[in-house]
Write a protein that binds this ligand. Structure first.
Ligand code: PMP
Ligand code: GLN
Length: 383
């Protein structure tokens, strides 16, 4: 393995899921739902297979899917030409990797907020660029906010791009209008490309609003907006994602993508096109169900003795393990499946400053209520 990939031999999700399986633990580690997406969407995929939609789809993605993606983005106040400004990818993961491979190279710096989703670090490394981290700042409220001054201070003449993830995995923070305006100002001042991972865009609670950075003044021409169907429609295994942006940026991403996977997921593309255009009510019900699950898990974790941080969106809640007498989230997560019969994910592995994040463990609430309750019953035994 080449040196630049040596830190990335195994993902934390694979490690913790393997421990969970081995111990027969309730898996609140890896974030994936345990129920299926909208029935009509599933039927569209079955029908597509039966109808012979089983060969390579068009390079940029099927036209009906690109049109549905553009229409969906219009709902967020963004305008894209489905022919030149929308690219279908193999999940958001490929869109992120292809964006970085296409737009940055050795000598360039890419700013990421920590804790960061693990694929960002690996993709920046694959592109040969250098990752520069800016820590999210824990606030009184238990929310993790953006320190715009710290972002500005991290910019150097070599900075090429900033990776922005809101709603944010693993903290569950939804970036505010002020925070995003601050990021936009820094991008404009320093001529940076923004690569925005918005896979949890539909999973925002408490009446908060998801605001795409690319919709802020002056950002459309320098932003790639990336999302995927996995989280909005409970189909994480379908791996249908997309990147939207100005034609030159999307053409660059497409150049990389065509030699990574070429195309993907033919029969799933019409199914996701259907979901994007017809399943808003289903997504609304998912959002409110997840919001309840978040409250259920947060209250139960607090009851079990954790100090629970605030979650505004996503699948995840972060809990401070120190009140239970533990100091190291990674060590605890390695023991937890055996010790308590529950799996979580340590936040420190998503950072370059583990000491700052060592006390936090991420638990996923995208699970059936009885699964959450079983995990909580087991965690209460920890004390
Ligand atoms: N970004 C974030 C923040 C995620 O949490 C995930 C997956 N859970 C992804 C990207 C990957 O999305 P996909 O499965 O569409 O590749
Ligand atoms: N994104 C999911 C999570 O954060 C997991 C995806 C994966 O296993 N790579 O839990």
């Amino acid at each position: 393995l080449v040196p630049r990939l040596r830190p990335f031999t195994s993902t934390i999700f694979a490690e913790m899921t393997a421990l969970a399986v081995k111990a027969g633990a309730v898996n609140l580690g890896q974030g994936f739902p345990d129920t299926d997406g909208p029935a009509a969407m599933l039927e569209r995929a079955r029908q597509a297979i039966a109808d012979g939609v089983n060969q390579y789809p068009p390079g940029p993605g099927m036209p009906e899917l690109r049109a549905a993606i553009a229409a969906r983005r219009a709902g967020f106040g963004q305008r894209f030409d489905p022919d030149t400004e929308v690219l279908v990818t193999v999940g958001a993961t490929e869109a992120i990797a292809a964006s970085l491979l296409a737009l940055v190279q050795a000598g360039d710096e890419v700013i990421v907020f920590e804790p960061y989703y693990d694929s960002y670090a690996a993709s920046v490394a694959m592109a040969g660029a250098r990752r520069v981290v800016v820590s999210l700042a824990e606030q009184e409220s238990g929310r993790f906010g953006v320190d715009v001054d710290a972002l500005r201070a991290a910019v150097t003449p070599r900075t090429k791009a900033v990776l922005v993830n809101s709603p944010h995995n693993p903290t569950g923070t939804v970036f505010t209008r002020e925070e995003l305006a601050g990021i936009a100002a820094v991008c404009a001042e320093h001529d940076l490309i923004a690569i925005c991972d918005e896979v949890y865009e539909d999973l925002v609670f408490d009446g908060l609003e998801h605001l795409p950075l690319g919709a802020f003044p002056g950002m459309a021409e320098r932003t790639l907006t990336i999302s995927s169907a996995g989280k909005s429609y409970n189909c994480t295994g379908w791996k249908i994602g997309w990147a939207c942006g100005p034609a030159p940026l999307v053409a660059a991403v497409r150049a990389a993508k065509q030699f990574m996977t070429f195309v993907g997921g033919a029969p799933f593309q019409p199914a996701v096109a259907h979901a994007l255009s017809h399943e808003d009510a289903w997504v609304g019900a998912l959002r409110s169900s997840l919001s309840d699950k978040r409250l259920r898990l947060s209250a139960g974790l607090a009851d079990a003795g954790f100090a629970v941080r605030r979650t505004e969106g996503t699948y995840f809640v972060c809990a401070d393990v120190r009140p239970l007498g533990f100091t190291d989230g990674l060590q605890l997560c390695r023991e937890l499946p055996e010790k308590a019969g529950v799996a979580g994910v340590p936040v420190q592995v998503f950072t370059d400053n583990p000491d700052r994040w060592r006390h936090l463990v991420r638990f996923a609430f995208c699970k059936k209520d009885d699964v959450i309750d079983e995990a909580l019953a087991r965690l209460r035994e920890l004390r």
